[in-house]
Design a protein around this ligand. Structure first.
Ligand SMILES: [Zn+2]
Length: 345
């Protein structure tokens, strides 16, 4: 019997040694220490022994049980450490490797100008209007005082989708929608920035797609002086302090009187340079008092209210502000060009 105990011990130690996973080790534990295991089987044999041999036998089996338990625990700790080492090796990070560069985009220069104008006018209490780029002839031309056969239609070579539908040629279409929506209610104070389209041949200063931002104010006692003050504030904010604004007579079908607006050259302070072609002034936008007929068509009484409107080309502003000499740069999607603006962002 005693030899049997020694044999079980040797077998158990060998099995524990051979178990190379926690699962295999657990199987060994059940095989030797479980209720139906080999050691329990030895214990049951004790009842067949003569009385005087029982204590010594019992002691031996207990010794066997302790030895196997201790060996199991030691092996379990060793296996756990090995598993952890393997996992750490697999998850190791080589901190000397160069990182993956994430390319960040930048705001498009035209959007930068748009945002600048928006925050400038929102600060003065204007709201920002939006409208469709595919527009009805009615809003783009008729309500803006440009009926069929009006010569001004030739000034704006239009992309037609069908005889009544077109790509808007100016953001004035949004002004007309807003005037109609107001149903004669005053005051109106809004800007409408957005893309517009004309059938131009693209060159350094022309593009078939460009961006405008128009402003419209309608209320009681609105005068040309209000327009001038507003544009002076805009010029000083966009091009730096000390800008002067001057009006020259012009013609637009939806304003009367109409003016071209010049800003004193921010590059030479009015002394004359290559940008302003020696004149000291730079033509920047068109404006005027809203034509009484436009007010009337949109349900306003021109005897009781008046308004001003202006429209600025965002490309023109961006080209002056950032010294860009070709309008096509804005639409070429050349990353080398676009990335120049990340420092202004
Ligand atoms: Zn100049």
């Amino acid at each position: 019997m005693i030899e049997q105990i020694e044999q079980v011990l040797q077998e158990a130690l060998a099995a524990i040694d051979a178990a190379d996973t926690p699962e295999a080790l657990n199987a060994v534990r059940i095989q030797y220490l479980g209720k139906k295991g080999s050691i329990q089987a030895l214990m049951t044999k004790m009842k067949d022994l003569p009385k005087e041999e029982k204590p010594a036998f019992g002691q031996k089996v207990n010794g066997l049980k302790t030895a196997v338990s201790e060996q199991l625990e030691a092996r379990q700790a060793a296996l756990k450490e090995a598993v952890q080492k393997t996992r750490m090796a697999a998850e190791a990070i080589d901190i000397t490797l160069p990182g993956t560069k994430l390319e960040a985009g930048t705001t498009h220069p035209l959007i930068m100008i748009q945002q600048e104008l928006e925050s400038l006018f929102v600060g003065m209490g204007y709201k920002i209007a939006e409208g469709p780029e595919v527009e009805d002839d009615y809003y783009n031309f008729e309500l803006a005082n440009i009926p069929q056969d009006h010569p001004a239609r030739d000034m704006q070579d239009t992309f037609y989708i069908d005889p009544r539908t077109l790509l808007r040629t100016h953001t004035t279409a949004m002004q007309m929608r807003e005037l109609e929506k107001a149903k004669g209610g005053l005051p109106i104070k809004l800007i409408c920035p957005g893309k517009v389209y004309r059938r131009d041949d693209d060159d350094a200063t022309h593009s078939h797609q460009f961006m405008q931002c128009e402003g419209l104010v309608v209320g009681e006692h609105i005068t040309l002086a209000d327009l001038k003050g507003t544009l002076e504030y805009m010029a000083n904010t966009m091009f730096g302090e000390g800008r002067k604004v001057r009006f020259r007579p012009s013609y637009f079908p939806f304003t009367e009187p109409s003016v071209e607006v010049d800003v004193s050259c921010p590059f030479c302070n009015g002394k004359g340079c290559s940008v302003c072609k020696g004149s000291g002034w730079i033509e920047i936008l068109g404006a005027g008092m809203v034509h009484p007929h436009v007010l009337e068509m949109n349900g306003f009484d021109p005897e009781k209210c008046s308004g001003f409107a202006f429209g600025v080309g965002l490309e023109r502003v961006a080209m002056l502000k950032y010294g860009i000499d070709d309008i096509r740069n804005f639409y070429m999607n050349d990353l080398r060009f676009l990335k120049m603006f990340d420092r202004f962002d």
